[in-house]
Design a protein around this ligand. Sequence first.
Ligand code: IPM
Ligand code: MN
Length: 359
Amino acid sequence: MAETKKIAVIAGDGIGPEVVAEAEKVLQKVGEVFGYSFETEHALFGGIAIDEKGTPLPQETLDVCKRADAVLLGAVGGPKWDNNPKELRPETGLLGIRKELGLFSNLRPAVVFDCLKDASTLKPEVLEGTDLMVVRELTGGIYFGEKFRRETEHGQEAVDTCAYNVTEVERIARQAFDIAMKRRKKLASVDKANVLETSRLWRETVIRVAEEYPEVELEHVLVDNCAMQLLRRPSSFDVIVTENMFGDILSDEAAMLTGSIGMLASASLGEGSYGLYEPVHGSAPDIAGQGLANPIATILSTALMLRLTFGYGEAADAIERAVAEVLDAGHRTSDIAAGRGDSLSTTQMGELILNAIRK
Ligand code: IPM
Ligand code: MN
């Protein structure tokens, strides 16, 4: 038996608990099939933590995460907490956990499954062969810069500061180059260097780091142009690296290339192998508790955890193969049904994938 790996599970709000439950079953199955041992510890996070503990990120949740090898996160937020003050918002917990755990690099792969080309709003021939990875800087930029309000002669003024230092840009650039080296060796660095000082520092730094990676073909793309090129020529992108807010926006756009945000996994990493894994989608309060949610994004996030944190590549491949097999057989949850195939419930989809996992 392999060494027991500890996983902190923070299911969160809305559909979070439903999709996380399916991912936990997958972990157990992988354990049985490959002889791995996982121990999970659950903790409160997000809206439910606000309700029960008075804060979105209780210290004990942080402690559970810190003593684990990896974190599996469902989703947070919902209308119930939308009008709360900033400290009592689930999103504040999300930003806090990223910062506290030092997770500066957010990997969001967008792969168009051949059999799902029809589920996208874009033409199938444009999507053909799309397989890209957005590497988003996650603990800097305008999200974390100084924020304040002040009175002026024109009424209240609000200020959000965008700041990046060289160290922050270097470490995310290296991660992106390292990832590109393991893929098709193409990197698009996205910035707004024609306007922003932070972007000019970003570009200079990326150019310097590029000297360490002569095999990687580097292009610099302005963020507005990138938004356009993603719709025009998505398959030409391999790895995209960008700052926090640009990455937030572009990764949602990239998600829609695949037809459904219900398919997209993500990993948030720091310097070591520790990572937090979560679906890109939110808590979808409108469908919560109805068994309608697509568990694939969370299941694929679990595959990323096995590969990136634990080095269990074979098991990760087995999960990804199982998902592809079930989709190829025509099974669909309603978000990807596009009027074809069955409309499975969350647990039905989970079970089909579970049964398809083999060595
Ligand atoms: C995401 C989300 C978060 C972000 C929000 C909920 C704070 O949109 O993970 O992409 O903007 O980072
Ligand atoms: Mn987002």
